[in-house]
Design a protein around this ligand. Structure first.
Ligand code: ZN
Length: 156
């Protein structure tokens, strides 16, 4: 897989120095997702109160893309309101399902733009989306609905 050098550097940096990694208490929703095609696993916990995510913690193992994506998710969604988180979530899913045709908005996605190159590789899209789908489930279990409009189905 060939990624643009700068994007690759951002992903590797999140992989080596993950933000907010480790499962924390308290939490009111948790989800564990696996990506059997690559062997990635992720557990995401959310602490949601007053309509915002006061903490998003996670732990997992797997490839650099799946683990870096969890770090970026933490950075982007931690402390956000449910509706803010939903729009960022939607933008990331849209980017990943765009087969490399979607131009990412850095104002919305921050370091998430580094995954634009990954979108061209269908097998790796599942890696990048894994933490985001786990987050969506964890949020639902906490009673917060994010990105109800977006299908979690990835067409490989
Ligand atoms: Zn993977």
């Amino acid at each position: 897989m060939m990624l643009d050098g700068l994007y690759q550097e951002i992903i590797l940096d999140h992989y080596k120095h993950p933000h907010g990694r480790g499962l924390r208490d308290p939490f009111n929703g948790e989800a564990h997702h696996v990506n059997p095609t690559c062997g990635d696993e992720i557990t995401v916990r959310v602490s949601a109160s007053d309509g915002s995510f006061s903490d998003i913690s996670y732990d997992g193992l797997g490839c650099s893309i799946s683990q870096a994506s969890a770090s970026v998710l933490h950075e982007l969604l931690q402390g956000r309101t449910a509706s803010d988180a939903a729009s960022v979530h939607e933008a990331f899913v849209e980017l990943m399902q765009g087969r490399g045709q979607v131009e990412p908005d850095e104002d919305v996605l921050g370091d998430g733009i580094a995954f634009a190159g990954v979108a061209k590789f269908p097998a790796r899209v599942k890696c990048a989306l894994l933490p985001w789908m786990a987050f969506k489930d964890a949020a639902a279990r906490a009673g917060v609905d994010v990105s109800s409009e977006v299908s979690s189905e990835v067409k490989a």
